[in-house]
Design a protein around this ligand. Structure first.
Ligand SMILES: [Zn+2]
Length: 104
């Protein structure tokens, strides 16, 4: 979000688009004008918030995301294991009966 202020020398409108540069060169008279402090202070506060927001997301991914994924994998493996157990439980007696049939 660009903020405008006036050149202290010629009064032309100047634009501050954010960032670490606290001075803007006037397009008309070419002098370097200091950006009003409240403009870049606000931009810096936003940047700090963005940075902390990123850390918060990383923190949440590590604290919540990874355990959730591991839990899901564990659940899926558990369900898979149970299904295999059920299938073997069903097939076992049938297989045993077939073996008995063929042996006798
Ligand atoms: Zn100027």
């Amino acid at each position: 979000m660009a903020q405008t202020f006036n050149c202290s020398s010629c009064g032309a409108a100047m634009e501050y688009t954010g960032g670490s540069e606290h001075r803007v060169t006037c397009l008309y008279c070419g002098i370097s004008v200091a950006v009003p402090e409240e403009f870049w202070r606000e931009a810096e506060e936003k940047q700090t918030l963005n940075k902390w927001g990123k850390y918060l997301i990383i923190f949440l991914v590590i604290v919540v995301g990874i355990p959730t994924c591991l839990g899901l994998i564990g659940t899926i493996l558990g369900i898979g294991g149970s299904l295999i157990g059920i299938v073997i439980g069903f097939l076992g007696p049938i297989f045993a009966a077939l073996v008995k049939l063929f042996i006798h």
